[in-house]
Design a binder for this molecule. Structure first.
Ligand SMILES: *Cc1c(COP(=O)(O)O)cnc(C)c1O
Length: 383
C-alpha cells in the first residue's frame, strides 16, 4: 500500500516513534485494571494513567470521578461502554442510529441486547423525532443510547443536547438512561475546534471512547475508553489468578500502546493537535469546493473532515486511492498526513475519468439525493 494514496480511511500516517523502538525487546502487558497493581511486573500502567488523565482533562471529568483504560481501538471501547450500560440496565433497550459504526450492532448481538435502529437525517445524524417515537413505545424500559460523535461514512455528529432533551421530553429521568458516546474519530478533533459542541462529562453522558490510531496515528490499533467511576463497580469481579480486578474486555493488554499514545499526545500538545485539526478542516473544505466546482455531487458536514461524494464508477480507481464506498457514495477523510498536492492529483484523475465516462451522454452521474440530500446532488435531475 502506498501511504500517500490511502485517502479513504481515517488513519493518520504522519507519525514517528523511532525514539521508542527499543521497547520492542520487552513484553509489556497491562492485564487488568490500570489503577490496581497486579503481579505481573513488566507493565506501563503509569503511562496508561497519564494518558487517561490527559483525556479526563479534555473531556472535562475530575480525576477521581472517572475510570478508564487504553483499549485495542474504538470497537473495544464500544464493547465496553455498551456492556456497562447493559449491566446497569439488564432489561434496557439499546437505541442506535442506523448510520452508527457496525461494532455497535456487533455488541448488540454479542450481548443479546434488544436493539432499536433509529432513522437518520440526510446529513447522517440521528433523527431525534424518530428517537422520540421509539422511546415513547418503550417507556417502561430503561434506555441505553449510543451517540455517534462522527459517523463512519458521513462524519455526522449526533447532537448530545438534543438527545438528552428528547429523553427528558419522553419522561426518562437521569437514573433510567445510559449514554455511550462513540467518538472513535472526532473525540480527538472536536475538542480543538472553538465552535464545536464540547464532548464533556458535565453533560449527562456515561462513557466515551476514541480510537488512538486514527487522528493521533500509531503503528498499532489502540484507543481510550472512559466511564464514570460509579458505574464500573457493576463490572468488577475479583480474579485471584492475577490478583487484580477484571474490569476490561481483554485479559492481556498491549502495554506498548499507552507509551506510544502518551508520547504522541505530549509531543504534539494541545496546540499542535489544534493546528492539525484546523488544517484538516481547511483542506476538507478546499476538497469539497473543488469537487463541487468540477460538477461532482458532494457533502461536507459542519465541523467534519469527512468529504462525501458521488462514488466513482471505476473500481480500479477506487482501489488505487483506497476509497471506502457505500452504495452510491464514497468518502475521503482528511487526516493530518494528507496534503493539498495529493488531493489535487486525486481530483485531476477523477475529473479525467468522469470526462471520459460521461462524454457522449450515454452514461449519467448517479443520483445521490437520498444519500446526501437534494441540495448536494448535481445529477441531471437535481442540477
Ligand atoms: C473507526 C470507528 C470505530 C471503530 O474503531 P476501531 O478503532 O477501528 O476499532 C467505531 N466507531 C466509529 C464511529 C468509527 O469511525
Amino acid at each position: 500500500m502506498v501511504a500517500s494514496r490511502a485517502v479513504g480511511y481515517p488513519v493518520n500516517l504522519d507519525f514517528n516513534y523511532d525514539a521508542l523502538g527499543h521497547l520492542q525487546q520487552f513484553s509489556i502487558n497491562n492485564a487488568g485494571d490500570p489503577f490496581i497493581a497486579g503481579n505481573y511486573g513488566v507493565h506501563s500502567r503509569d503511562f496508561e494513567v497519564g494518558v487517561l488523565d490527559w483525556f479526563a482533562r479534555l473531556w472535562e471529568i475530575k480525576k477521581d470521578e472517572y475510570w478508564g483504560y487504553v483499549t485495542s481501538g474504538g470497537t473495544e471501547g464500544n464493547l465496553h461502554g455498551l456492556l456497562v450500560g447493559r449491566e446497569m440496565f439488564p432489561d434496557g433497550i439499546l437505541y442506535v442510529s442506523k448510520e452508527a459504526h457496525y461494532s455497535v450492532f456487533k455488541a448488540a448481538r454479542m450481548y443479546r441486547m434488544n436493539c432499536v435502529k433509529v432513522e437518520t437525517l440526510a446529513s447522517g445524524v440521528i433523527d431525534c423525532r424518530d428517537l422520540k417515537d421509539c422511546l415513547l413505545k418503550n417507556k417502561d424500559k430503561p434506555a441505553i443510547i449510543n451517540i455517534s460523535i462522527g459517523t463512519t461514512v458521513k462524519g455526522a455528529i449526533d447532537d448530545i443536547d438534543l438527545v438528552v432533551q428528547t429523553l427528558e421530553e419522553c419522561g426518562f429521568p437521569r437514573n433510567r438512561f445510559y449514554i455511550h458516546c462513540d467518538a472513535a474519530l472526532f473525540g480527538l478533533m472536536l475538542p480543538f475546534l472553538d465552535r464545536a459542541p464540547h464532548i464533556t462529562f458535565k453533560k449527562p453522558i456515561d462513557s466515551v471512547c476514541v480510537s488512538g490510531h486514527k487522528f493521533v496515528g500509531s503503528p498499532m490499533p489502540c484507543g481510550v475508553q472512559m466511564v464514570r467511576i460509579e458505574h464500573i463497580n457493576v463490572l468488577s469481579r475479583n480474579v485471584e489468578y492475577i490478583a487484580t480486578m477484571d474490569t476490561t474486555i481483554m485479559g492481556s493488554r498491549n502495554g506498548l500502546a499507552p507509551v506510544y499514545l502518551w508520547y504522541a499526545l505530549n509531543r504534539k500538545g494541545y496546540n499542535g493537535l489544534k493546528k492539525q485539526v484546523q488544517n484538516c478542516l481547511i483542506i476538507a473544505s478546499y476538497l469539497k469546493d473543488r469537487l463541487r466546482g468540477a460538477g461532482v455531487s458532494v457533502m461536507l458536514n459542519e465541523l467534519s473532515s469527512t468529504v462525501v461524494f458521488e462514488r466513482p464508477q471505476d473500481e480500479e480507481f477506487i482501489r488505487y486511492w483506497q476509497l471506502s464506498c457505500q452504495e452510491n457514495i464514497a468518502h475521503i477523510v482528511v487526516m493530518p498526513n494528507m496534503t493539498k498536492k495529493t488531493l489535487d492529483t486525486f481530483l485531476d484523475e477523477l475529473v479525467e475519468k468522469r470526462s471520459i465516462r460521461f462524454k457522449d451522454g450515454k452514461n449519467q452521474p448517479p443520483c445521490v439525493a437520498s444519500d446526501i440530500g437534494k441540495e448536494n446532488c448535481v445529477c441531471p435531475l437535481h442540477i
